[in-house]
Each structure stands twice: as C-alpha cells, then as structure tokens.
Design a protein around this ligand. Structure first.
Ligand code: FAD
Ligand code: SIN
Length: 542
C-alpha cells in the first residue's frame, strides 16, 4: 500500500546540513525531515576536530582562503572559497546563539570572542573552533534540540529515501503533460518500521545525505554513509562532479576491535608525531610541513611507508606532552583508546589511513541549487567548488553551515513560485510483482565485494589497470543488482547496496577520466599534474 504525504520542504538527512537548513526553512513553511536511522546517526555526530573559521587575532580571511586554495591543488573555485570563508564567523556566532558550547580559552585568548582555536594540517594559523574533541556531537545535539522545539518541523526516523519524484517521471505516468524544465516534486520514501513506501510530495526537496565512506573496506564514517543522495540525484539527472577525489584520513585507530574510530588531526596540531614501528619520524622526508602537511600528502606518505616496511600500521605519538593537557584537550580520544588498552599519555597510538570524506558530489551553484528545479544539495553530498582536489581540514562543517543558510534563502523563493502546486493524482510507488527477498546473504556478499574492490583497486594509489579491473567488476555487480532489485520488495539494505554500487561506479568513472595526478587522485601511470588538459572539474551526468 502506498501512503501520500505533502509538505513545503522535504529535507533528506539529519546531519549539520539538513538540520541547519530546516531551522532556516521553517521560517517560511512546513518542513519534514526524513532520516534513515535514529536522528543522531550522521557523520556530523562523530566530527572531532572542529570548524575552521577566522577568529585568531593573527589570522585573516586572505590566509584562510590561501590555505584552502593550496590544499585544493588548483581545482577550488576561488569565488566560492572567498564567499564561504567570509561567511564563516557569522555562521559560528549563529551556532553559539543556537546553544552550541565551543571550548573557550581559560586565561588569555589569542582570538576574538575568547574561543580556543585548534590547529590542523594545512592551516597556517590556529583557526579550528571546537568543543574539545567532540565538536560534531555538540553541534548535532544543539541543532536537534532547536529542531525538536520548532512547531513547523517534523522528523521521521527510520525513513529512507528511495528515489526522487521528477517532472519526467510524472509525464511518463501521465500525471502531468507539461514539458517544462526538469523539476523535482519530492521523493519516494520507505518507512522501514511499517514496511511501507510513502509518496512524499514537496515544493522544495533538499538532499543532505552525507558521504560515501562505506564504499571502502576501511573508513572513519558511520554506517549511514552509503552515498544515497549522490545516487538518487544522478539517477534523476543531476550533474555529478569530481568523484575521484576521495579523501583518506591519515589516522584512524588500528585495533581489531575498533570500528571506524578516528584520531583527530588536532592531535598532530598539538604536537603529535607520526613514526614507523621503530619509532623513527618519517614525514620530513615527504613535505616541509612534516606531520601537518595537507591530508592527501600525509595519507600517501603513510601508505608508502607501510608498503616499504610491510608493517600493518604506523604510530601517532603525543605521549611527550603533559598528561593532564592530553586528558583535558582530547578526553574522548583518551578514553576510547584506554578502552582498547592504549594509554595515549604513555604510549604511541597505532594508526592507519581510512576513507573519510567525499570531495565530489552533486554539482550545485552558489546557493546549493542543482540543475533540476526545486532540488537542492548541500553538505558532503554536494560539490560546490570549495574543496577542489583535496579538502582542507575542518572546512566541511563550515561549508554545510554556509550553504544551508543560502539554500534556505533561495528556496523560500521557490516556495512562493510553487504556491499553487498540487497534484490531483499522486504518483504511486510501483512495486510490481516484487516478493520478499529470501537470501539476504546475496546483499552482504555484494556489499563486501564492492568495499574490497574499491579498497584494493581505487584507493590511495591507483593505476590504469586497477581502474579497468574495478570497472569490469562493478559492471557485473551492478547488472546482478539490477536483476534482483525489481524482483524483491525494497529494504534498507537493498536500497543502500544499489546506491553503493552506483556511487562506486561514479568514482571509478571519474578516476578513469582524469589522466593526471592531482590532490587526492594519484595514478602511477600519470604521476604528474597536467594543467593544460585537467585543471578543471570532472563532470558527468546520466
Ligand atoms: P551527515 O552528517 O552524514 O548526515 C547525513 C544524514 O543523511 C544522516 O542523518 C543520514 O542518516 C541521512 N541519510 C543518508 N541517506 C539517507 C536516505 N536515503 N534517506 C534518509 N536519510 C538519509 N568535518 C569537519 O569540518 N570537521 C571535523 O572535525 C570533522 N571530523 C570528522 C570526523 C569523522 C569521524 C567523520 C566521519 C567526519 C568528519 N568530518 C569533519 C566531516 C563532516 O563531519 C561531514 O562531512 C559532515 O558532518 C557532513 O554533514 P552532512 O549533514 O552533509 O551529512
Ligand atoms: C579531524 O578531526 O581530524 C577531522 C577533521 C576533518 O575531517 O575536517
């Protein structure tokens, strides 16, 4: 049975992007937030380091812009960088007014507004606004609290978006006849508990579904990061850009029982040093900024060290710092490591790189609008031009905040334009002759195969041959999934698998197109930059 719901704004995702947008949008209309698990299950909730913004007395917008451009290795859009950086302090102040408690400098401060500023790789100044080492959790909780108090916003947990409802789908079903510009009118959504597909009609739809880390065997990301927004957008005809630029975080905890636990770059910002298993430092061999070099360089250097030595991990050592300082500055990392038997005040932490952040995504303009009418994409799902070929640390939460505000302001206009929107007949989800899936093991096998092949063939270092192999395998897996997708009733696992396979394909396609090495994309067959042909975004669409 299909149920129909109507709202002004349909927000897909409850991380920093979706929640910030919802709080702005609720000033002009009714907002429905759908989120595929519990409301707090988002990368946002796990963010550690903080939010980059200019508050330091010795800092300036120009320096933050310069660092971002340098990190992006020639592909950042300078106008976007300038706009985002300049909007930063205002968005941070807004977060404070919404109830986020950032860590303050106790005695004296080198920052305006007494904020304690952290340091991370690639930043030439201290500029990371943070709440100890649990910044994301502080932001998520405060935003959720405000959202829950807002009478114009409703949150639907355990609701997973399946696909967007577009004008061309409505034409196909004979519901509308107009051939106007492609437009989005909401999404089909699976209510996981009720096992029921809802036709969610909306005047404005926002994709804020986060990242794609679960495509890789090892990742810092939570389980929700299966690239659903990018996959849905691509299937609907949204342009996708720069999917080859997958950021690997250099330091995730290496321990058989630890799943996805990050050791923040802020640890290196406060003096943490990377060493090999014999205790030798190695970053000075690779970059003058040593342990605080840009993230692509540090991750690649670790990868090289591991290949040379045959070791399973390298080590991050901060034990030379005062123990009270470590416990106070990094309570979450200290306590979590201690649970795994590692006292970081006394011994080095075993670490490895892991997939962390997608710099590419759905291509948007400077207000987060896609090439489809009424459809916006912000946060990690989007590719705005800010990050270029390698995101500067802690610029992601900042980007989400800035674009949430701009997208909400712009889409308020769409709401006015679509005032009269009302489909007499709702487009019903067609489940055909689907039956319940019998062998769930098929899904987990395919999922496992994708994550392994992406790790082995489309990881930190790539070659043409590895990419070709990956393409062949992903084509086969996609064909298999296509076969059983329409035969079985949809479940969260099946939907995620379909999206995961498609997004893996998009990454392989973009990586195969770029015939050079730049930022996070390193191909041994083309080890240099090719500024003549490739100083541009990789843009693909269906
Ligand atoms: P998310 O916060 O991931 O939210 C996505 C939401 O979409 C979730 O609620 C999810 O359930 C929902 N969703 C997904 N698919 C569907 C679907 N089909 N239907 C319904 N709902 C769906 N960045 C920084 O700037 N600073 C940091 O210090 C930092 N630290 C990090 C630490 C970790 C461990 C990780 C993983 C990331 C970190 N990042 C950091 C990156 C940053 O946290 C993310 O890029 C950012 O939080 C993304 O926000 P978002 O709102 O776009 O997505
Ligand atoms: C970290 O704390 O190291 C994560 C920062 C980021 O991904 O921007």
């Amino acid at each position: 049975m299909t149920v129909e719901m109507r709202t002004d704004y349909l927000v897909i995702g409850s991380g920093i992007a979706g929640l910030s947008f919802a709080l702005q949008a609720s000033k002009t209309g009714k907002v429905a937030i759908i989120t595929k698990k519990e409301r707090t299950e988002a990368s946002t909730n796990y963010a550690q380091g903080g939010i980059a913004s200019v508050f330091g007395l010795d800092d300036s917008f120009d320096l933050h812009i310069k660092d971002t451009l340098k990190s992006g290795d020639g592909l950042c859009h300078e106008d976007v960088v300038r706009m985002v950086v300049q909007n930063g302090p205002e968005r941070i102040r807004e977060l404070i007014s919404l109830g986020v408690h950032f860590t303050l400098e106790a005695n004296h401060s080198d920052a305006t507004e007494n904020l304690e500023l952290g340091m991370e790789g690639g930043h030439s100044k201290r500029r990371i606004v943070h709440t100890k080492d649990k910044t994301g959790n502080a932001v998520e909780e405060a935003l959720l609290q405000r959202v829950e108090e807002d009478k114009n916003i409703t949150i639907y947990e355990d609701h997973i978006a399946i696909d967007l409802i577009t004008q061309s789908k409505l034409i196909k079903k004979g519901i509308v006849t107009s051939e106007s510009r492609e437009t989005c009118w909401g999404a089909y959504v699976l209510d996981v508990q009720a096992e029921q597909v809802i036709t969610f009609l909306a005047k404005v739809t926002l994709l804020s579904t986060g990242g794609v880390g679960k495509i890789y065997l090892y990742t810092s990301n939570p389980d929700i990061a299966s690239g659903d927004g990018v996959a849905m957008g691509y299937r609907a005809g949204v342009k996708v850009a720069n999917m080859e630029f997958v950021q690997f975080h250099p330091t995730c905890l290496y321990h058989p029982l630890a799943k996805n636990f990050l050791i923040s770059e802020a640890v290196r910002g406060e003096g943490g040093i990377l060493t090999d298993s014999k205790g030798n430092r190695f970053m000075e061999k690779y970059h003058p900024l040593k342990d605080l070099a840009f993230r692509d360089i540090v991750a690649r250097s670790i990868d090289m060290e591991l290949k040379k030595s045959g070791d399973e991990c390298v080590y991050l050592d901060i034990s030379h710092k005062d123990a009270d300082f470590i416990r106070d500055r990094f309570p979450h990392i200290y306590n979590t490591c201690l649970k795994f038997g590692i006292d970081i005040t006394r011994e080095p932490i075993p670490v490895v790189p892991a997939a962390h952040y997608m710099c590419g995504g759905l291509l948007t303009d400077n207000d987060g609008m896609t090439n489809i009418g009424n459809l916006y994409a912000i946060g990690e799902t989007a590719c705005t031009g800010l990050h270029g070929a390698n995101r500067l640390a802690s610029n992601s939460l900042l980007e989400a905040l800035v674009y949430a505000k701009r997208a909400a302001e712009r889409s308020a206009q769409d709401l006015i334009n679509n005032k009269k929107f009302g489909l007499s007949k709702a487009p019903i989800w067609d489940s055909g002759s689907a039956t319940d899936i019998e062998e769930l093991v098929v899904i987990s096998h395919n999922w496992d195969e994708i994550r392994r092949l992406m790790w082995n063939y489309v990881g930190i270092v790539r070659t043409n041959k590895r990419l070709e192999r990956a393409k062949k395998r992903i084509d086969n897996i996609q064909a298999e999934i296509k076969e059983y997708y329409w035969d079985f009733t949809v479940t969260r696992d099946l939907l995620e698998l379909r999206n995961l396979a498609l997004v893996a394909d998009l990454i392989i396609t973009c990586a195969s197109l770029r015939k050079e090495s730049r930022g996070l994309h390193y191909n041994l067959d083309y080890p240099e930059h090719d500024d003549v042909h490739w100083k541009r975004d990789t843009v693909i669409w269906l």
